[in-house]
Design a binder for this molecule. Structure first.
Ligand code: ATP
Ligand code: MG
Length: 459
């Protein structure tokens, strides 16, 4: 069985090939392994190249001028070749997993043993990059062809050893568009409660890779089908069966709506990984307040206060998953503002301008677009915002300050909370086109804050 020929390797692949050649010329065995072989076989460009070798770590370090020992005890050395660092790992097998997270000891081994410790058959292929020949000890080629995720060996044991593999199974199924083999799926269902023992960071990382990959809808469906969702995000599981008014949501209940949005998410992909993650989590969480706020009366079904409730629930989820403060802030801002688009065409000019200049507005707009396309499909508010953004200059959105704090002090005001109110009154009038000069601003302050009861606080 052969896959890519060396000439078709990209620059990064050529670098990895040179490493393999150097190891072989020194008398060692060496292969490409894991995800890169899977991707090359599928005709996709690998994200990175991992190499396994019979050479011991000290021999690897001696052969290459630029190495970095990332995990010497595991036999993993980073080798710099060209512009990339490649992982070169000595064949190893792992003894006993005591805690379902870390192997208690490793020992050096043969190629076959090395492959057997890997998670899924599709990730257990070796490739000779000189010839493109694939060495398959685990039936990985057949599983790629059948498009199935299957553990290497007994799934019960493999998931008991390392619980994170359950989420990895979902990630590979979602990202590759594969099915999960029946026995493997059954084992995940039986072990799903163990996912609680995996660290929040690793769960968050896997979930983000699922949500930002090419199949986020399938990812959420797999999470649900495996039972992992009710363990990790019961708040999202609670969306199932929460029906909504069909005139706004012809697609179905809150769960269906969320799935429809996730299906559209890859269309909104951006080059910035951080932004992608934030938009994806906001898409997943934007209606998380609906199950708890649903009411039904003669006037129909309502979700009064779902935005506020949703932000509270989302904040708790993000704290639980140990998101950075910056991620939390952006995602919560996306949630808190998502319903404001409904009123954007009725907003006064100052409010529209402040809305359009919110940080990360492109993400707000993307979430709104997803929300519409994942339900009724009307994009008039999206079109309105884009039109305004075209029409308005940076200066229209951020007009120069007409008065400073010094000017206010010269008018007799003392610095304090009133200062901010005065300055924002001036800015609002400016954004509304009511004033344009310092003189007009001064007159506004005098008439609004220096006469009658409004002068309270001014001494
Ligand atoms: P991707 O393209 O998404 O990076 P990958 O297959 O390269 O996919 P990695 O997480 O980079 O995935 O891992 C590299 C290889 O290491 C895998 O292909 C697999 O063989 C092995 N591996 C990684 N994590 C585990 C694990 N938890 N249990 C067993 N083997 C693993
Ligand atoms: Mg990888």
């Amino acid at each position: 069985m052969t896959a890519a020929i060396p000439d078709s390797l990209t620059g990064m692949g050529q670098g990895a090939l040179r490493i393999v050649r150097t190891l072989r010329n020194a008398g060692h065995e060496a292969f490409f392994v894991g995800g890169c072989v899977r991707d090359l076989f599928r005709g996709e460009a690998p994200e990175d190249y991992d190499i396994v070798t019979s050479a011991r770590p000290d021999a690897v370090q001696a052969l290459f001028p630029r190495t970095y020992p990332v995990g010497v005890s595991f036999g993993v050395i980073l080798v710099n070749e060209g512009d990339h660092a490649h992982e070169v790992a000595t064949y190893r097998k792992e003894a006993e997993y005591e805690d379902g997270r870390h192997p208690s000891q490793v020992s050096f081994a043969t190629a076959k043993e090395d492959v057997y410790r890997r998670d899924f058959t599709i990730n257990g292929l070796l490739m000779d990059p000189e010839t493109g020949e694939i060495v398959d000890y685990v039936g990985g080629v057949a599983d790629i062809e059948r498009r199935v995720i299957r553990t290497i060996g007994n799934p019960e044991e493999r998931f008991a050893e390392d619980h994170l593999r359950m989420l990895r199974a979902v990630r590979f199924a979602a990202n590759l568009g594969f099915l999960i083999d029946t026995e493997t799926l059954g084992a995940i269902k039986r072990h799903s409660a163990d996912i609680a023992r995996v660290s929040a960071e690793r769960v968050r990382e896997e979930m983000t890779r699922i949500l930002t990959g090419p199949g986020p809808r399938q990812g959420l469906e797999w999470l649900q089908a495996t039972g992992l969702l009710s363990q990790l995000l019961p708040e999202i599981e609670a969306m199932r069966g929460v029906s909504q008014p069909p005139q706004f949501h012809p697609e179905g209940d809150v769960w269906e709506h969320t799935l429809s949005i996730l299906a559209l998410l890859p269309q909104e992909r951006r080059p910035d990984t951080e932004a992608n993650g934030r938009l994806a989590w906001a898409a997943l969480l934007h209606d998380v307040g609906k199950p708890a706020t649903r009411t039904e009366s003669e006037t129909g079904v309502h979700f009064y206060g779902h935005v506020k409730k949703g932000a509270e629930i989302a904040a708790a989820i993000m704290r639980r998953l140990k998101f950075s403060k910056a991620d939390q802030d952006v995602v919560l801002a996306l949630l808190e503002n998502h319903m404001r688009f409904m009123h954007v065409q009725d907003m006064r000019p100052n409010t529209v301008k402040k809305f359009l200049r919110m940080p990360d507005f492109d993400l707000h707009l993307a979430l709104h677009r997803l929300d519409c396309l994942g339900s009724h499909g009307h994009l008039d508010n999206d079109v309105f915002c884009r039109g305004k953004l075209k029409e308005l200059t940076t200066e229209d959105l951020h007009p120069p300050r007409l008065l400073t704090g010094h000017d206010l002090q010269a008018l007799g005001f003392q610095p304090g909370p009133l200062f901010r109110e005065i300055l924002s009154t001036i800015e609002d009038a400016q954004l509304n086109g009511e004033i344009a000069t310092a003189k007009e601003a001064r007159q506004l302050v005098i008439s609004r804050f220096l006469s009658g009861s409004a002068a309270d606080g001014h001494e």
